[in-house]
Design a protein around this ligand. Structure first.
Ligand SMILES: NC(=O)c1ccc[n+]([C@@H]2O[C@H](COP(=O)([O-])OP(=O)(O)OC[C@H]3O[C@@H](n4cnc5c(N)ncnc54)[C@H](O)[C@@H]3O)[C@@H](O)[C@H]2O)c1
Length: 327
């Protein structure tokens, strides 16, 4: 049973995951996106021209606007955020404002609206800290020490989760939190190791690894994330829960990832190492049994297949001349 005839309000819907989700929903539902286009995976795509989609360029910190757009919605997907270590380190205050107050605004507006059937709040796997091996949703979260700038993002997202859960408990708001684990795929702009490596490999430029490249990640293809979101939007079992969304089978070191992308892209780019200037996550692998049990969801696209599709997408968009930002 697919979602249809609904009014879906997406904050941050012009981003990577938002556009992928909107594409799946737009034929059968009305989509309203609020996005300040700080990142933009929407402009210039066929999705932007779809008659069922409306983009409102604005800020999630604008509470009256958030209220106005939430009021008629049946489903709210809150994705607007400052994400990516570089962007977070650029301004911790902005990160806190957008991620924390933005989430508060969306929850307040949804609690006041009449017909909200589901609210999906985007958290992050960063809430598990530097060592996360097959972590389950009930495992302890950890944020490092207060002075370490990197954790600003995790703290802001974790506070958002607590907020969402509180609105569920106290006001009965049908909220769900998701913790994505390293999502990649076509349409990603801005940051992310796979974006960086692929763009550089195709352009014949150096692939830059910060640190020794031994950091371990589980990579989840964006279509799998979208399938999980569709189940969360539709299934009542999701309400009041938090879900890990990731692919525990697609685990590699960052060096292996760079080398694979070069191999799959047929690139002769060199892989170079630079000093790491922030605390990094050494290992991050999810346990996704809860999503299998409650949502009947599991990831299906394994790493090489997902990378091949992603490389194909970037290749079609060539010429990719500009230097991608660091991973
Ligand atoms: N991609 C991943 O691997 C990953 C992992 C964990 C969590 N997440 C979370 O998932 C969500 C979506 O991620 P994504 O990869 O699509 O990121 P993205 O950066 O592509 O999308 C976020 C969108 O939010 C918009 N935005 C930022 N500040 C805003 C503001 N003040 N007002 C309105 N819009 C604003 C941006 O313009 C962008 O379009 C985010 O909340 C992110 O923190 C993503």
């Amino acid at each position: 049973m697919a979602l249809s005839g609904k009014k879906v309000f997406m904050t941050g819907g012009a981003g990577f995951i938002g556009t992928s989700l909107a594409r799946r929903l737009v034929d059968e539902n009305e989509i309203v996106i609020l996005d300040n286009l700080h990142r933009d995976s929407l402009t210039g795509t066929e999705l932007a021209e779809h008659p069922n989609l409306r983009l409102v360029q604005g800020d999630v910190l604008d509470l009256p606007l958030v209220r106005e757009l939430t009021e008629p919605a049946t489903h709210v997907v809150h994705m607007a955020a400052i994400a990516g270590v570089d962007k977070v380190l650029e301004s911790r205050v902005r990160t806190m404002r957008v991620n924390l107050i933005g989430t508060y605004n969306v929850l307040e507006a949804a609690a006041e609206a009449d017909g909200i059937e589901r609210l999906v709040d985007f958290s992050t796997s960063e809430v598990f800290g530097t060592h996360a091996y097959k972590v389950e949703e009930t495992h302890v979260t950890t944020q490092g020490s207060v002075g370490e700038a990197r954790w600003t993002y995790a703290v802001s997202k974790l506070a958002g989760e607590y907020l969402a859960h509180s609105y569920f408990d106290e006001f009965g708001l049908p909220a769900v939190s998701v913790r994505p684990f390293n999502v990649y795929g076509p349409g990603q702009v801005g940051s992310g190791a796979i974006h960086h490596f692929t763009v550089r490999a195709l352009a014949g430029e150096e692939l830059v690894i910060h640190g020794d490249g031994a950091q371990i990640r589980a990579w989840c293809y964006v279509d799998d994330v979208v399938e999980a979101l569709l189940a969360i939007l539709e299934r009542d079992e999701a309400v009041g829960q938090v879900f890990n969304v990731g692919n525990p089978r697609s685990v590699v070191t960052v060096f292996d990832l760079a080398a694979r992308i070069c191999r799959l892209a047929g690139s002769e780019s060199e892989i170079v190492f630079r000093p790491l200037h922030y605390t990094d996550v050494e290992m991050r692998i999810p346990n996704v049994d809860k999503a299998l049990k409650l949502l009947d969801w599991e990831p299906r696209i394994d790493l090489d297949e997902g990378l091949a599709r992603t490389i194909g997408w970037y290749r079609e968009r060539r010429p990719v001349q500009s230097l991608a930002p660091s991973a």
